[in-house]
Design a protein around this ligand. Structure first.
Ligand SMILES: Cc1cc2nc3c(=O)[nH]c(=O)nc-3n(C[C@H](O)[C@H](O)[C@H](O)COP(=O)(O)OP(=O)(O)OC[C@H]3O[C@@H](n4cnc5c(N)ncnc54)[C@H](O)[C@@H]3O)c2cc1C
Length: 394
């Protein structure tokens, strides 16, 4: 690991040069790149301790590469490898190889590693610091924190992910009637082995979901369900019972499994398809800039890419508006395809046609995976001052 750096830019009174609001992947990587270049940067994270997040925890190769560039190696944190995909609908099953090797690591471990890294690079990380309000006066941004304190900065990177800051609401996206759930399980030993190397995707009447191992052989179950179906079913227990009744594969996997938390985490009104280009002078990164449907497994790579791109464009002298336009043009095509597919997948016709389509054209999964990813030419390499670190990781 690199030695801590001293922030090179002095503060104007207590006004910092850069303020990152939100310590998830997007905020973490933006802070690491800025601090790595010797910039003055403060990061606010509302949670005081490492915490779980609603996420399928599937790390695409692009996400893994951005993490390594930032000095975080998921494999050394215990990530599981994923090489194969198994799709199940009712009683039918289909297996295919992924066109790449992916990894899977809990967000609780991953996001914490990025925050520790940001601190090592010289960023001042404030935990348990929740931004309540963001306003600009003259050339300075004022951020009110819960507790009455104020942080001031010349530039703000908005990285609050799934949570909108008051007055900074995102538009609802093109597919916004889904609710997300996540729960870690300890599967029966035989089922753990059967799941190894796989991402299992399930389509069911209420929506779709994924199951994969993370570090320590725990299994992460993540579901997205239509709100109307959830209302019809009532509670999480009833939803799970309905899905298990309908999907033989999930029933098999969870047979004899122990839920590791009392209740699942949940997130409602996910604005799938949201892609911002206008947010008045603030650099929006991660889910604050773009929300791609979860089945693509690409949200984290977009979060990391946008955080890195914003930091690099800012340091190269670009404006926030130029950054948003660049990001939008890079993501527009994949986002549009993924959102249309997501809407189709949760219909009865989509559910019934998916296995048929994949058995007729087994390469379709690979094609969809490629078509919805960040275009290769848009991906950034490690900044010069961080290259030695990244190559030391293997
Ligand atoms: C159901 C579901 C499944 C998914 N599965 C996958 C998957 O398998 N693979 C994949 O690549 N992507 C997946 N995603 C997408 C992925 O989770 C997100 O794209 C990613 O987490 C975005 O990162 P972020 O840094 O923008 O936000 P977040 O990870 O949400 O981080 C935001 C951070 O900001 C903090 N914060 C919020 N408000 C404030 C505030 N006011 N002040 C200070 N701090 C604040 C939060 O505590 C949090 O730590 C999934 C998403 C969902 C909903």
């Amino acid at each position: 690991m690199r030695k801590p750096q001293k922030a090179a830019v002095s503060r104007v009174g207590s006004t910092s040069e850069n303020l990152v609001i939100g310590g998830g992947l997007a905020g973490g990587v933006a802070a690491i790149r800025l601090a790595g270049a010797g910039r003055d940067v403060v990061l606010l994270e509302k949670e005081a301790r490492p915490h779980h997040k609603v996420c399928g925890e599937f790390l695409s190769p692009e996400a893994v590469e951005y993490l390594r560039q930032a000095g975080v190696d998921p494999l050394s944190l215990g990530a599981a490898r994923i090489r194969l995909l198994r799709l199940s609908v009712k009683n039918s099953l289909l297996e295919t190889e992924l066109p790449f090797t992916a990894l899977s690591l809990s967000r609780c471990v991953l996001d914490e590693a990025l925050l520790v890294r940001a601190e090592e690079m010289g960023c001042r990380v404030r935990r348990g610091a929740s931004a309540e309000q963001l306003v600009q006066s003259d050339d300075t941004w004022h951020v009110e924190l819960g507790g009455g304190e104020t942080e001031r900065a010349h530039t703000v990177f908005l990285a609050t992910g799934k949570h909108d800051l008051r007055g900074w609401n995102r538009s609802p996206g093109r597919h916004n009637d889904l609710v997300g759930f996540k729960l870690h399980w300890q599967l029966a030993p035989k089922q753990t082995e059967a799941l190894r190397d796989f991402m299992e995707l399930f389509l069911f009447r209420a929506g779709y979901g994924g199951l994969a191992l993370v570090e320590g052989d725990m299994a992460n179950l993540c579901l997205v369900v239509r709100r109307s179906e959830l209302r019809r079913l009532g509670t999480w227990n009833e939803l799970l019972t309905a899905v298990l009744d309908e999907n033989r594969q999930m029933r098999l996997r969870l047979g004899g499994a122990k839920a590791l938390w009392e209740r699942p985490l949940a997130i409602s009104s996910i604005p799938y398809g949201y892609l911002s280009s206008k947010r008045e002078g603030v650099w929006c990164v991660g889910d604050q800039a773009a929300v791609i449907p979860s089945f693509t497994g690409d949200g984290m790579s977009i979060a990391l890419h946008s955080g890195a791109l914003a930091a690099e464009m800012y340091m190269a002298g670009a404006s926030a508006a130029q950054y948003h336009r660049a990001l939008e043009s890079q993501l527009k095509r994949g986002m549009s395809l993924a959102t249309s597919l997501s809407r189709f997948m949760v219909t009865r016709v989509g559910r019934e046609l998916a296995p048929l389509g994949l058995s007729v054209a087994p390469n379709a999964m690979g094609w969809i995976a490629r078509a919805t990813r960040i275009p290769e030419g848009a991906l950034l390499s490690a900044p010069r001052q961080m290259r030695v670190d990244a190559s030391a990781l293997s």
